[in-house]
Ligand binder design. Structure first.
Ligand code: SF4
Length: 351
């Protein structure tokens, strides 16, 4: 069978499964990269009336509090050089973004990787590495700290806003959202393995770990609809070429060596017990103390909070497309390439 015929056959089987189930399904894709793939490939229109796709809290930029940005800007004003991933630059803080602070002369540099940053920081530079991300990115920060230790650098610190995926998902599923199934994040599963997502089974919800290509998504939807039909709550793995049962044990050891659990704020979900990672106390000399009020998000018109908890589609936000665009983002969900507002703007045939 040709590729297109195969794809059509899978699509038809998915639709047949859903017709047998007898209702439109609400499926949450946890990871922002999946959101982009779903909208870029037009699955939201292909399965219109069959599947309502809900974007989850797996975009690290989208769930980052604006107070973190304000803290980084304050530190830059104190003459630290801030090393950050580029996607954090346009996130609005209370009064400005890192990009605007940079335009005003603040020393803010884009890093291509945290290891690269640690490699290139000058000895006379007081540097802060902005550590943002889920378990996929954490090993890179662990390697970066290892590099700092190896080089004996005393002028580098980490501003940790690192997140774990299990706790916010538990809170989301318990308190915020009703869904029929989950597409689980392939990137994080590469690190944590299938076993890292066993907790989803306790919610008696079908789930599948998925890759990011269109075929990956289709096969995952096929698996998910079959699981829903069969009341099968076992976590399925449709990303076997990358994800192992036990995950990446080396990366997990690196995380455990340098980091420990802490409470963390998630935009849309609030403060979550054990939802973050901080440097272990023996490495506290390399950690920046951050301070901000959790409940002080300044742009009250931005509905990111509702978008991130599946209560609102991006196009239902009054600012969407009118004043909030990727060029003029009013909230983090529009800034990040993985944000659902950004994905809708670029690929959604929402009308
Ligand atoms: S469209 Fe813009 S303002 Fe509205 S929720 Fe999304 S990011 Fe916030």
């Amino acid at each position: 069978m040709q590729t297109l015929e195969k794809a059509n056959a899978i699509v038809n089987t998915i639709k047949n499964n859903i017709e047998k189930i007898g209702r439109q399904l609400r499926i949450i894709e946890v990871c922002g990269t999946h959101t982009v793939s779903i909208y870029r490939n037009g699955f939201h229109t292909l399965f219109k009336g069959y599947i309502d796709f809900i974007s989850g809290p797996g975009c690290p930029v989208c769930v980052t509090h604006e107070g973190y940005i304000d803290n980084l800007i304050e530190l830059a004003k104190m003459n630290y050089t801030i090393y950050t991933f580029g996607d954090l630059l346009k996130v609005p803080g209370k009064s400005m973004s890192l990009a605007e602070a940079k335009a005003e002369g603040a020393k803010i540099k884009i890093m291509y990787s945290p290891v690269d940053a640690a490699e290139n920081i000058a000895e006379d530079e007081e540097a802060i590495i902005a550590a943002v991300g889920f378990e996929t990115t954490v090993p890179a920060f662990a390697l970066s700290l290892e590099k700092v230790l190896e080089k004996g650098l005393k002028n580098v610190k980490f501003a940790c806003e690192l997140k774990t995926i299990d706790q916010p998902l538990k809170v989301l599923l318990k308190d915020h959202i009703k869904v029929d199934g989950l597409i689980l994040p392939g990137h994080v599963a590469t690190i944590l393995g299938v076993d890292g997502f066993r907790f989803v089974e306790e919610f008696k919800l079908p789930s599948v770990i998925s890759g990011f290509e269109k075929y990956d998504i289709l096969l995952s939807l096929l698996s998910l609809t079959q699981s829903i039909l069969n009341n099968d709550f076992t976590v399925k793995n449709e990303y076997k070429r990358v994800v192992k049962k036990e995950g990446n044990t080396v990366a997990k050891r690196y995380i455990e060596r340098f980091f420990e659990r802490t409470d963390a704020y998630f935009r849309g979900l609030g403060l979550i017990e054990g939802g973050g990672l901080r440097l272990k106390s023996e490495y506290s000399a390399f950690s920046v103390q951050l301070k901000y009020e959790y409940e002080s998000l300044s742009n009250s018109a931005c509905r990111c909070t509702d978008v991130l908890t599946g209560k609102l589609k991006p196009f239902e936000c009054p600012l969407f497309e009118k004043v909030c665009t990727p060029q003029t983002p009013k909230g983090a969900c529009m800034v990040s390439q993985e944000g659902s507002c950004n994905a809708y703007f670029r690929f959604g045939k929402w009308k």
